[in-house]
Design a protein around this ligand. Structure first.
Ligand SMILES: NC(=O)c1ccc[n+]([C@@H]2O[C@H](COP(=O)([O-])OP(=O)(O)OC[C@H]3O[C@@H](n4cnc5c(N)ncnc54)[C@H](OP(=O)(O)O)[C@@H]3O)[C@@H](O)[C@H]2O)c1
Length: 214
Protein backbone atom coordinates (compact mmCIF):
# COMPACT_ATOMS: atom_id res chain seq x y z
CA UNK A 1 0.00 0.00 0.00
CA UNK A 2 1.38 3.41 -1.02
CA UNK A 3 1.44 6.38 1.34
CA UNK A 4 0.90 9.63 -0.51
CA UNK A 5 1.41 13.16 0.83
CA UNK A 6 -0.52 15.91 -0.96
CA UNK A 7 0.71 19.47 -0.38
CA UNK A 8 -1.78 22.27 -1.00
CA UNK A 9 -4.50 19.65 -0.65
CA UNK A 10 -7.39 22.10 -0.92
CA UNK A 11 -6.26 23.04 -4.43
CA UNK A 12 -8.83 22.52 -7.17
CA UNK A 13 -6.87 19.77 -8.92
CA UNK A 14 -5.80 18.15 -5.63
CA UNK A 15 -9.41 17.64 -4.60
CA UNK A 16 -10.10 15.68 -7.80
CA UNK A 17 -6.97 13.59 -7.22
CA UNK A 18 -7.94 12.87 -3.59
CA UNK A 19 -11.36 11.52 -4.51
CA UNK A 20 -9.97 9.42 -7.35
CA UNK A 21 -7.24 7.90 -5.16
CA UNK A 22 -9.76 7.07 -2.45
CA UNK A 23 -12.06 5.42 -5.00
CA UNK A 24 -9.51 3.65 -7.19
CA UNK A 25 -6.64 2.64 -4.87
CA UNK A 26 -5.95 1.39 -1.35
CA UNK A 27 -3.43 4.22 -0.81
CA UNK A 28 -3.21 6.08 2.48
CA UNK A 29 -3.34 9.85 2.02
CA UNK A 30 -1.85 12.64 4.12
CA UNK A 31 -3.44 15.96 3.23
CA UNK A 32 -1.35 19.02 4.10
CA UNK A 33 -3.00 22.42 3.80
CA UNK A 34 -3.67 25.75 5.44
CA UNK A 35 -7.01 26.05 7.25
CA UNK A 36 -7.42 22.29 7.38
CA UNK A 37 -11.06 22.56 8.45
CA UNK A 38 -11.85 23.03 4.76
CA UNK A 39 -11.30 19.29 4.24
CA UNK A 40 -13.28 18.15 7.28
CA UNK A 41 -15.31 15.82 5.02
CA UNK A 42 -12.35 13.39 5.22
CA UNK A 43 -11.93 13.57 9.02
CA UNK A 44 -13.57 10.20 9.65
CA UNK A 45 -11.88 8.37 6.79
CA UNK A 46 -9.32 6.00 8.32
CA UNK A 47 -7.15 6.16 5.19
CA UNK A 48 -6.78 9.94 5.49
CA UNK A 49 -4.58 12.02 7.80
CA UNK A 50 -5.13 15.79 7.72
CA UNK A 51 -2.38 18.20 8.74
CA UNK A 52 -2.74 21.96 9.08
CA UNK A 53 0.41 23.63 7.85
CA UNK A 54 2.05 26.18 5.62
CA UNK A 55 4.37 25.36 2.71
CA UNK A 56 7.09 27.55 4.25
CA UNK A 57 7.26 25.42 7.42
CA UNK A 58 10.10 22.95 6.83
CA UNK A 59 9.73 21.25 10.22
CA UNK A 60 6.01 20.68 9.83
CA UNK A 61 6.44 19.35 6.29
CA UNK A 62 9.30 17.07 7.40
CA UNK A 63 7.09 15.64 10.14
CA UNK A 64 4.25 15.16 7.62
CA UNK A 65 6.63 13.15 5.41
CA UNK A 66 7.26 10.36 7.95
CA UNK A 67 6.82 6.99 6.14
CA UNK A 68 5.60 8.71 2.97
CA UNK A 69 6.39 7.01 -0.37
CA UNK A 70 5.41 9.72 -2.83
CA UNK A 71 4.66 13.43 -2.62
CA UNK A 72 2.39 15.38 -4.94
CA UNK A 73 2.69 19.15 -4.72
CA UNK A 74 -0.36 21.15 -5.80
CA UNK A 75 1.21 24.32 -4.38
CA UNK A 76 0.99 27.50 -6.41
CA UNK A 77 1.40 31.25 -6.22
CA UNK A 78 4.03 33.89 -6.83
CA UNK A 79 6.13 32.58 -3.89
CA UNK A 80 6.33 29.08 -5.39
CA UNK A 81 10.14 28.97 -5.45
CA UNK A 82 10.23 29.62 -1.70
CA UNK A 83 7.92 26.64 -1.19
CA UNK A 84 10.03 24.50 -3.51
CA UNK A 85 13.16 25.22 -1.45
CA UNK A 86 11.32 24.34 1.75
CA UNK A 87 9.90 21.20 0.14
CA UNK A 88 13.35 20.00 -0.95
CA UNK A 89 14.76 20.69 2.53
CA UNK A 90 11.95 18.70 4.11
CA UNK A 91 12.24 15.80 1.62
CA UNK A 92 15.98 15.63 2.25
CA UNK A 93 15.49 15.58 6.02
CA UNK A 94 12.70 12.98 5.79
CA UNK A 95 14.56 10.91 3.17
CA UNK A 96 11.64 10.86 0.73
CA UNK A 97 12.76 10.72 -2.89
CA UNK A 98 9.72 10.73 -5.22
CA UNK A 99 7.96 13.98 -6.12
CA UNK A 100 5.19 14.95 -8.53
CA UNK A 101 5.33 18.71 -8.93
CA UNK A 102 2.71 21.02 -10.45
CA UNK A 103 4.42 23.51 -12.72
CA UNK A 104 2.96 25.28 -15.76
CA UNK A 105 3.36 25.96 -19.44
CA UNK A 106 6.20 28.40 -20.04
CA UNK A 107 8.42 27.07 -17.24
CA UNK A 108 10.94 25.93 -19.86
CA UNK A 109 10.46 28.86 -22.29
CA UNK A 110 8.88 26.22 -24.51
CA UNK A 111 5.65 27.89 -25.64
CA UNK A 112 6.01 28.95 -29.27
CA UNK A 113 4.56 31.78 -31.33
CA UNK A 114 1.97 34.39 -30.47
CA UNK A 115 0.45 32.26 -27.74
CA UNK A 116 3.88 32.02 -26.11
CA UNK A 117 4.25 35.80 -26.20
CA UNK A 118 0.74 36.30 -24.82
CA UNK A 119 1.31 33.71 -22.07
CA UNK A 120 4.56 35.40 -21.07
CA UNK A 121 2.57 38.55 -20.25
CA UNK A 122 -0.55 36.86 -18.89
CA UNK A 123 1.24 34.81 -16.21
CA UNK A 124 4.33 37.02 -15.98
CA UNK A 125 4.02 37.24 -12.19
CA UNK A 126 4.10 33.45 -11.83
CA UNK A 127 6.66 32.36 -14.43
CA UNK A 128 9.74 33.26 -12.31
CA UNK A 129 8.48 30.88 -9.61
CA UNK A 130 8.02 27.99 -12.06
CA UNK A 131 11.40 28.65 -13.68
CA UNK A 132 13.27 28.99 -10.39
CA UNK A 133 11.56 25.84 -9.10
CA UNK A 134 12.70 23.98 -12.22
CA UNK A 135 16.30 25.06 -11.53
CA UNK A 136 16.07 24.00 -7.88
CA UNK A 137 14.57 20.62 -8.75
CA UNK A 138 17.19 19.99 -11.45
CA UNK A 139 19.91 20.72 -8.87
CA UNK A 140 18.49 17.88 -6.75
CA UNK A 141 18.55 14.84 -8.99
CA UNK A 142 18.69 12.64 -5.91
CA UNK A 143 15.00 13.50 -5.70
CA UNK A 144 13.16 11.89 -8.59
CA UNK A 145 10.78 14.61 -9.73
CA UNK A 146 8.17 14.58 -12.44
CA UNK A 147 7.16 18.15 -13.20
CA UNK A 148 3.82 18.68 -14.90
CA UNK A 149 3.39 21.68 -17.18
CA UNK A 150 -0.32 22.02 -18.01
CA UNK A 151 -1.82 24.49 -20.44
CA UNK A 152 -4.42 26.96 -19.13
CA UNK A 153 -6.69 25.06 -16.76
CA UNK A 154 -10.43 24.62 -17.29
CA UNK A 155 -13.16 23.01 -15.22
CA UNK A 156 -14.55 21.16 -18.26
CA UNK A 157 -16.05 17.81 -17.33
CA UNK A 158 -13.73 15.83 -19.57
CA UNK A 159 -10.52 13.86 -19.64
CA UNK A 160 -8.83 14.72 -22.91
CA UNK A 161 -5.12 15.34 -23.13
CA UNK A 162 -1.89 14.71 -24.93
CA UNK A 163 1.65 15.20 -23.68
CA UNK A 164 4.80 16.95 -24.88
CA UNK A 165 8.34 16.23 -23.78
CA UNK A 166 10.66 18.74 -22.11
CA UNK A 167 12.60 19.32 -25.32
CA UNK A 168 9.51 19.78 -27.52
CA UNK A 169 7.57 22.96 -28.29
CA UNK A 170 4.40 23.19 -26.16
CA UNK A 171 1.14 22.29 -27.93
CA UNK A 172 -2.35 23.72 -27.44
CA UNK A 173 -3.67 26.40 -25.10
CA UNK A 174 -5.91 24.66 -22.56
CA UNK A 175 -6.50 21.46 -20.60
CA UNK A 176 -9.04 20.43 -17.96
CA UNK A 177 -8.14 19.97 -14.30
CA UNK A 178 -9.70 16.51 -14.60
CA UNK A 179 -7.12 15.71 -17.26
CA UNK A 180 -4.24 16.91 -15.10
CA UNK A 181 -5.65 14.92 -12.18
CA UNK A 182 -5.85 11.85 -14.43
CA UNK A 183 -2.17 12.17 -15.30
CA UNK A 184 -1.26 12.62 -11.62
CA UNK A 185 -3.31 9.58 -10.58
CA UNK A 186 -1.60 7.57 -13.34
CA UNK A 187 1.81 8.61 -11.97
CA UNK A 188 0.87 7.79 -8.38
CA UNK A 189 -0.32 4.35 -9.50
CA UNK A 190 2.87 3.79 -11.53
CA UNK A 191 5.60 5.98 -9.97
CA UNK A 192 8.34 4.56 -12.21
CA UNK A 193 6.85 6.58 -15.10
CA UNK A 194 8.57 9.79 -16.23
CA UNK A 195 11.58 9.82 -13.83
CA UNK A 196 13.37 13.19 -13.56
CA UNK A 197 11.21 14.62 -16.30
CA UNK A 198 9.01 17.60 -17.16
CA UNK A 199 5.89 16.84 -19.16
CA UNK A 200 3.57 19.27 -20.96
CA UNK A 201 -0.18 18.55 -20.93
CA UNK A 202 -2.74 20.02 -23.32
CA UNK A 203 -6.10 19.23 -24.83
CA UNK A 204 -5.57 18.14 -28.44
CA UNK A 205 -6.54 20.59 -31.20
CA UNK A 206 -6.66 23.69 -28.99
CA UNK A 207 -3.90 25.60 -30.75
CA UNK A 208 -4.48 29.35 -30.99
CA UNK A 209 -3.12 32.74 -30.07
CA UNK A 210 -5.00 32.67 -26.74
CA UNK A 211 -7.23 30.18 -24.89
CA UNK A 212 -10.59 30.03 -26.69
CA UNK A 213 -12.59 31.70 -23.89
CA UNK A 214 -10.39 34.83 -23.72
N1 LIG B 1 -4.71 28.50 -13.62
C1 LIG B 1 -4.09 28.01 -14.70
O1 LIG B 1 -4.57 28.13 -15.84
C2 LIG B 1 -2.81 27.25 -14.52
C3 LIG B 1 -2.18 26.73 -15.64
C4 LIG B 1 -1.04 25.94 -15.47
C5 LIG B 1 -0.55 25.70 -14.21
N2 LIG B 1 -1.15 26.25 -13.14
C6 LIG B 1 -0.61 25.93 -11.82
O2 LIG B 1 -1.42 24.91 -11.35
C7 LIG B 1 -1.51 24.99 -9.94
C8 LIG B 1 -2.65 24.15 -9.48
O3 LIG B 1 -3.85 24.57 -10.05
P1 LIG B 1 -5.17 24.48 -9.19
O4 LIG B 1 -6.26 25.18 -9.89
O5 LIG B 1 -5.33 23.08 -8.76
O6 LIG B 1 -4.63 25.36 -7.97
P2 LIG B 1 -5.28 26.08 -6.74
O7 LIG B 1 -6.67 25.65 -6.50
O8 LIG B 1 -5.00 27.52 -6.89
O9 LIG B 1 -4.34 25.45 -5.58
C9 LIG B 1 -3.11 25.96 -5.20
C10 LIG B 1 -2.98 25.62 -3.74
O10 LIG B 1 -1.70 26.08 -3.24
C11 LIG B 1 -1.92 26.35 -1.89
N3 LIG B 1 -0.90 27.19 -1.29
C12 LIG B 1 -0.41 28.35 -1.78
N4 LIG B 1 0.48 28.86 -0.88
C13 LIG B 1 0.53 27.99 0.17
C14 LIG B 1 1.24 27.97 1.40
N5 LIG B 1 2.11 28.95 1.72
N6 LIG B 1 1.04 26.94 2.25
C15 LIG B 1 0.18 25.95 1.93
N7 LIG B 1 -0.54 25.92 0.78
C16 LIG B 1 -0.37 26.94 -0.07
C17 LIG B 1 -3.24 27.08 -1.86
O11 LIG B 1 -3.73 27.00 -0.58
P3 LIG B 1 -4.94 27.93 -0.03
O12 LIG B 1 -6.18 27.24 -0.51
O13 LIG B 1 -4.75 27.87 1.44
O14 LIG B 1 -4.73 29.30 -0.61
C18 LIG B 1 -4.05 26.32 -2.89
O15 LIG B 1 -4.90 25.35 -2.29
C19 LIG B 1 -1.63 26.48 -9.74
O16 LIG B 1 -1.29 26.85 -8.44
C20 LIG B 1 -0.63 26.99 -10.76
O17 LIG B 1 0.65 27.06 -10.17
C21 LIG B 1 -2.28 27.01 -13.27
Amino acid sequence: MTKVLILGANGATAKIVIDRLLNETADDLTLYLRNAKRLSQYENNDRVTIIDGDATDVNAMTAAMTDIDIIYSNLGGTALATYTKALIAAMTAAKVSRLIFYSALGALHEVPGKFGEWNEQAIGAYLPGFRESDRILNDHNEINTTQIRPAWLTNQDEIAYETTEANEPFKGTEVSRQSVADFIVKLIKAPALYPNDSIGLNKPNTDGDQPAWM
